[in-house]
Design a protein. Structure first.
Length: 277
């Protein structure tokens, strides 16, 4: 009786491990095929959402497009359930970044039953295409993405200070332009003048608000010239950090306990949940 119990348990674990390799991994032919078809389904579902937003196409084929949306949503729902069933800790996977993205990719269609228009948020599925780096075994691209992410993380304090300085600057400039130009020239309030300062400092220049007085135009010229210098600051910060970043090579393995990826190539245990890889 005990032997039969353990035999059934091992069979269940073997079933779960087999499907984990197919659903999460891309090392086997079945897993690679599964992920390739998944990417094709993601692309097709995004195309359907885009086509539905075209009025002429929606009027003629709207019903078929909605059938297609529900088909892909049900398909991704089954895939999401399969991912939860094939990891030992479903909750860890559900609250992981990839798990949250997978869930958000199917929720808009169900929400559309209660809130019109929410189905367009299905375009969040495009984030799932990031799996292509793992599927196509482009590990060096994943490595470079990790280098960039590490550099951005190391630069976050400097960037926050920089953004606070820029925010203070646009508030001051907006207030000055409100005083110089006034409501008669379109600067009807300080918030609207701050909007002008942001647009001008970033060199976007929509042109919907423009100074009319000589002093205002002089200040505007200084702000535009200043904008070119300010835009170079965050680039320099990140570039400086990139020269100092050193990260280990990472593998394309996924933890069968929580589904997390991005492990070091020599890792034995998952760095997120501690499970054995």
């Amino acid at each position: 009786m005990v032997a039969k119990y353990y035999s059934q348990k091992e069979g269940l674990q073997g079933w779960r491990k087999r499907w984990h390799e197919i659903v999460f991994e891309a090392e086997t032919p079945e897993g690679r095929l599964f992920d390739v078809w998944l990417l094709v389904a993601i692309l097709l579902s995004i195309v359907l959402v885009m086509l539905e937003s075209v009025r002429e196409i929606n009027e003629q084929y709207g019903e078929w497009l909605r059938y297609g949306e529900w088909f892909f949503t049900l398909l991704f729902t089954l895939e999401y359930i399969a991912r939860l069933l094939t990891v030992r800790s479903p909750w860890r996977y559900a609250v992981s970044p990839l798990g949250i993205i997978d869930l958000l990719s199917i929720l808009p269609t169900y929400m559309s039953l209660f809130f019109a228009g929410t189905q367009y948020f299905m375009v969040i599925r495009v984030l799932r295409l990031l799996r292509v780096f793992r599927i196509l075994k482009l590990a060096h691209y994943v490595h470079e993405a990790r280098v960039l992410g590490t550099a951005l993380q190391a630069s976050r304090e400097k960037i926050i200070v920089f953004l606070m300085a820029v925010l203070s600057l646009v508030i001051i400039l907006g207030t000055i332009m409100y005083w110089v130009e006034g409501p008669e020239n379109g600067f009807t309030s300080i918030p609207r003048s701050i909007y002008w300062a942001i647009v001008t400092l970033t060199t976007v220049g929509y042109g919907d608000i423009a100074p009319a007085t000589p002093l205002g135009q002089f200040i505007s010229s200084l702000v535009m010239i200043l904008g070119y210098g300010i835009l170079a600051v965050p680039t320099g910060i990140v570039t400086s950090e990139l020269t100092h970043v050193k990260v280990k090579d990472i593998s394309t393995r996924a933890c069968d306990n929580c589904g997390a990826e991005r492990h070091d190539s020599d890792a034995v245990f998952c760095k997120y949940c501690g499970g054995k890889l």
